[in-house]
Design a protein around this ligand. Structure first.
Ligand code: NAP
Length: 371
């Protein structure tokens, strides 16, 4: 609805830094809002991280979601055991997609290449490992509960790792979430294995120290941990898990945005309450770092809108037509919102029965669909 209003101009397939610079945009527009997120993986920083068979969650999620940048990732899933590092919602998403049945996948818009590869893989066991305990785990309750509803997968938890109750210094809101998570994990203990062929093992108090193998991953060496003053501390005891795939899901990171100052330590643009520079504002993960669900990002939009109203009086820059002319002059093949709608329709028309859509997984095929 918003995109269809006259006040909104959509410029698809245009990259700042490649097709137009931020300085040129500053000449054309009174205000520029950076809402570019945090698309890269944070690194574990341990030996063996570059072996074949280690895929950060941003790349891996991009691959199964059909993001054109990751279509060629082609992770080899020829392993029974997968280790997912981290216990946030992304770790849950990744673990869950690897154990879904073809029927469960049919209802989603997972890319065909990923659904086929997962279906053909011999994966039976996913170890989702947290460096702290069940109370400190970051996943939210709706996402955690989904793990108990899978058709052919059993959540497995070592009862000895679950405390009787939530202790510690938490806000009321966090305490309620942690109470719910603990209750859900206790319910998982009661799910009988029936005849399920796959398992997601929730393991706590262990951090990765080395990824093992030759060129390809053959296992991972972990150190047991304990939590002291909220932090994970190694105990000096180690263990190994044999596996052919390691997926660190330990958080995201932003690339520097071309033309604006960047805080490389925190992976965000340098800003003052969201103000980045002359007429430039930031919202979301490029402003705050990669935490928070969609609702957490909404107030950023309000703040940026308020700042724009405060800062800009009687804007006089040429706006949309000047950008259209500049891209035309450079022969940039930009897509309009009508083009976006046609690509969207073509994806929905190509959906298999039960699925919402069948995604184009390369930019060429998206643009080709317009012809
Ligand atoms: P996250 O919630 O910050 O979780 C990251 C996990 O990785 C934590 O368990 C963290 O442990 C662990 N970790 C970090 N560094 C590590 C290291 N060096 N070694 C071992 N473990 C490490 O991040 P996320 O899962 O990427 O999610 C990002 C945001 O998107 C979150 O706010 C999430 O809720 C949101 N999201 C929401 C949904 C949804 O609503 N369905 C889906 C996906 C993502 P520590 O706690 O010890 O640091």
């Amino acid at each position: 609805k918003t995109a269809l209003s006259d006040g909104v101009g959509y410029f698809g397939n245009v990259e700042v830094g490649r097709d137009v610079t931020i300085a040129e945009l500053q000449d054309i527009y009174d205000a520029i809002v950076l809402a570019v997120g945090a698309p890269r993986d944070r690194k574990l920083g341990i030996p063996g991280e570059n072996k074949t068979g280690v895929f950060g969650s941003a790349d891996f999620v991009g691959w199964y979601n059909g993001h054109p940048d990751f279509t060629d990732l082609k992770p080899k899933l020829n392993t029974e055991t997968v280790v997912v590092i981290g216990q946030g919602n992304v770790a849950v998403d990744v673990a869950r997609v690897l154990v879904k049945t073809p029927e469960e996948m049919t209802e989603t818009d997972i890319a065909d290449h990923a659904a086929d590869a997962i279906d053909a893989s011999p994966i039976t066991d996913i170890h989702m490992i947290g460096r702290r305990g069940p109370i400190e785990a970051k996943f939210t309750n709706v996402e955690l509960r989904e793990m108990g509803k899978l058709a052919d997968c059993q959540p497995v938890i070592n009862a000895a790792q679950l405390p009787d109750e939530v202790t510690g210094d938490w806000s009321d809101r966090d305490k309620r979430l942690k109470d719910r998570n603990l209750a859900t994990m206790k319910e998982f203990l009661d799910i009988s294995p029936e005849d399920k062929s796959k398992r997601v093992h929730f393991s706590f108090y262990a951090k990765p120290v080395e990824i093992l193998g030759g060129d390809a991953v053959e296992g991972i060496r972990m150190e047991n941990t304990k939590v002291e003053a909220g932090r994970s501390v190694g105990t000096g005891e180690f263990f190994e898990i044999e596996c052919g795939l390691v997926i660190p899901a330990i958080g995201y990171f932003s690339d520097p945005f071309p033309g604006v100052p960047f805080d490389a330590d925190n992976g965000i643009v340098i800003h003052d309450e969201g103000r980045v520079g002359d007429g430039i504002y930031a919202v979301g993960w490029i402003k705050r770092g990669p935490t928070g669900v969609i609702g957490t990002n909404k107030p950023d939009g309000d703040i940026a809108a308020t700042q724009i109203f405060e800062d800009i009086t009687g804007g006089a820059k040429p706006g949309r037509e000047a950008l259209e002319a500049l891209l035309e002059e450079r022969s940039v093949p930009r897509l309009s919102f009508q083009d976006w709608l046609r690509i969207d329709e073509a994806e929905m028309a190509a959906a298999k029965p039960g699925a919402p859509r069948r995604k184009f997984v390369t930019i060429d095929t998206m643009i080709g669909a317009l012809n």
